[in-house]
Design a protein around this ligand. Structure first.
Ligand code: GDP
Ligand code: CA
Length: 307
């Protein structure tokens, strides 16, 4: 059994590789919900949707988010009516948000996620990090911004100064996440190549979670989201720079502060890490399912070798 912690795009890519090589009961993907927000009356969970769409093979690979074959009539009409059009919601994507919003309250986010994932044909367990509402707030040189206002509306341009998670003190890890940690068959915990600050830190910030992960005494391995010290996409490297942490294996190990037993890094990032963190060097760019599967296999073999 493998537990993977994931954000959106980078997390989903590795999760899809893991799903391709592990049986249905052999993988739980616990997904960041700090990016979730209420928009136009809808509950939008961008990272859960990215992971589900990617595992279902219906994600838009060219665009990097959302669904393939998407159309934008709703956004066109919304814009013409003077509605808030800074956050793109495709016509097909909208169905996910409408259904989820219709169910929330009667069902918790874990149940809704399981139901939607099953209807998309996903057999592996996708669980939100928490069923309680947690909202990432980014502290910037323009002030404190709710996550999507920082990330989408302001395109992550403001200088990053820190991060906080509204609701985190009252939040608990979801039952599915806890069940994965406590599963006697758990072999390893994998931090997917997601944005360390925006996507992984909210999960680790859940009360007690970090101790439960380390207390489990299985290898904890991260796959670096950096290639040649840069992010494939998004502000991960910019943010690391703004908080003064290098986008190197050593920087990543330092950022996670003793959590990691190993890091999978790209050939372009070979380096040294002190403090007993092992490195596995390979090609970490996942262009297609073959790359995803190969990187997942190498990551599993590496993690098992540390067990
Ligand atoms: P978001 O929530 O959609 O922003 O996505 P994540 O936080 O899950 O992932 C963003 C990170 O994924 C970026 O820092 C990218 O560098 C990383 N990433 C995207 N694709 C790949 C890939 O193919 N390989 C690796 N190693 N990292 C990737
Ligand atoms: Ca995200």
């Amino acid at each position: 059994m493998i537990l993977a912690l994931a954000g959106g795009v980078g997390g989903a890519r590795l999760a899809r590789g893991l799903a391709a090589i592990l049986p249905a009961d052999g993988l739980t993907v616990a997904v960041n919900t700090g990016d979730d927000f209420e928009h136009l009356g809808l509950l939008v969970c961008p990272d859960i949707d990215t992971v589900c769409y990617t595992l279902a093979g219906i994600n838009n690979t060219a665009q990097g988010w959302g669904l393939e074959g998407e159309s934008w009539s709703f956004m066109d009409a919304l814009g013409k009516l003077g509605g808030e059009a800074w956050f793109n919601l495709g016509d097909r994507d909208l169905a996910t948000h409408v259904l989820r919003t219709a169910m929330i309250g009667r069902h918790d986010l874990s149940e809704i996620t399981a139901l939607l994932a099953a209807r998309m044909g996903i057999v592996h367990r996708i669980v939100p990090m928490s069923d309680q509402r947690v909202r990432t707030i980014v502290d910037t040189d323009e002030g404190a911004l709710p996550f999507q206002h920082y990330f989408v509306r302001r395109r992550a341009e403001p200088r990053f100064r820190g991060i906080g998670f509204e609701g985190i003190d009252e939040a608990r890890p979801s039952a599915g996440l806890l069940a994965a940690i406590d599963d006697p068959a758990l072999e390893a915990i994998i931090l997917c190549p997601s944005n360390p600050v925006l996507s992984i830190t909210p999960i680790l910030a859940l009360p007690g979670l970090r101790d439960r992960l380390t207390g489990r005494k299985v290898p904890i391995v991260a796959v670096s989201p950096f290639i040649g010290g840069r992010a494939i996409k998004g502000p991960a490297a910019k943010i690391m720079d703004e908080i003064g942490i290098a986008t190197t294996p050593a920087g990543l190990a330092a950022y996670f502060n003793g959590l990691l037993d190993g890091i999978v890094i790209d050939r372009t990032d070979a380096g040294e890490v002190a403090g007993g963190v092992a490195l596995h060097v390979t090609d970490t760019l996942m262009r297609d399912i073959d790359d995803q599967r190969r990187l997942a296999m190498e990551t599993l073999a590496f993690a098992r070798s540390l067990g």
